[in-house]
Design a binder for this molecule. Sequence first.
Ligand code: SIN
Length: 540
Amino acid sequence: MNRLTAIDGISRSEVLVLGSGTAGLTAALGCAPLRVTVLTKVREGSGGSSPWAQGGIAAAVGKDDAPALHAADTLAAGAGLNDPRAVELLTAEGPQRVKALLALGAHFDLDDSGALALGREAAHSRRRILHSRDATGAEIVRTLVAAVHHAPEVRRVDGAFAIDLVLDGGQVVGAVAVHAGGRRVLHLAPAVVLATGGLGHLYLHTTNPPEATGDGLAMAARAGARLVDLEFVQFHPTALAAGADPMPLLTEALRGEGALLIDDTGRRFMTTEHRDAELAPRDVVARALWSRLMAGHRAFLDSRAAVGEEFPEHFPTVFRLCQEHGLDPRTEPIPVAPAAHYHMGGIAVDDRGRTSLAGLWACGEVTATGVHGANRLASNSLLEALVFGARVAEDLRAGLPAARAPRSLRTAGGPAADVAAAGDAELIAAVRRLMWEKVGVVRDGAGLTAALSELDRLAARHPQASGEARNLLGVGRLVAAAALARRESRGGHYRSDYPAPDPAWQHRLFLTAAPDGSPRFEDAAAETTPSLAVSGSRGR
Ligand code: SIN
């Protein structure tokens, strides 16, 4: 921990929310009448993955559906690592959270009878995906942003990059943020909520927006919070392979409507991989594509027969993205490849979003509530953000930690941390490539060990790494270490040297980061992995 220095201003609120996606805005709105400040590092609009979410929200609102069926599908996808209580909460409270969103003015597609039109996605046994064409996340965020505009107790500060949490005697009491223009502001609040989203940009290929750099996870790790499931990264099988970074997503709803995956000979290949073919679990489809690409083939999503001329009407976002790359999904198969899409792992929280640190709550993708287990079911992430964002708010309304006069304020990350050191761009590029090649869709012990050594070397070469570069380096190391520790394959984590699930590993790997950034696993079996020994210090 380091003493707090070089502060240009102090701001106080009752709740400080970091992040302005679905989880952060839901938590902020639900906190009224508490005074809330929402910091977001993007300068305009609402950042994070939420507005990019195409597919939809899964909720058991159909006549043939029930929360228990939704829970069963969620548990099956999670491959034995879900927390059943968290799944029950998610699926039971989902319908009422959707209703609350409708009451705020969200527009979801309706069928001919005026009822909510429910779509189908992989591994769902019912049609239960609410959608707003293929821009569902944007519609949800539009609704929440409009509500925040009318909530006098919520203040938004855009373009403010939170560098580190601030602690006082072991309790989180705020965060330091660099505001637009470079002012370093100390934001003090008895309750801090991390809702900073995921870490897609840890990988060379991702469907996530550029701001998904694991900032909240890195801050929580530096502050000593308990983390879990870090090895579980979900790769979406159908990102548009046309050279863009990030890679545009071709929503799974297309396969839900019957679009097919074919190789460069025109052969449909998923039928020999899984009984559910294109609608097999996401990790199965991603690996099938990956192995074809690794064998030198290409893969395509063919929507010509299933969607055809209706493409612009039903999937306007995907249609526009294809057009921007000179492609027409009505008349040609579209080249696809897997890309990092979602992190199932994150900050360990309880069912009210409480972390292991007093004063710190978290919700959304930055957390691991236990609802996803080893593999997230499609369209459960927006639902999780709504349900657990609301649960965090409920907990805060029930009582804030007692405010006290600051005694000895400290940050976990060091006084020199800034938002752009020389060499950061080079470091980020190196980390992303390394993670993609060695900690990606298919992993093995040798590659993971090499990745950890290389991350070590990069840390030694970039001792002044700051901002997103420092965060990516820190979380990359923890993700790689967790992937090396788990010597089995399960859900989104596939090891070619341990290709099957192992009942001995059917438990979650909890860890904290030591002051030098290295992982401290709670599970002795993980901790004794010989190749986890790390040289050098990553501390600042
Ligand atoms: C998609 O539209 O395919 C993504 C949905 C999700 O990740 O839940």
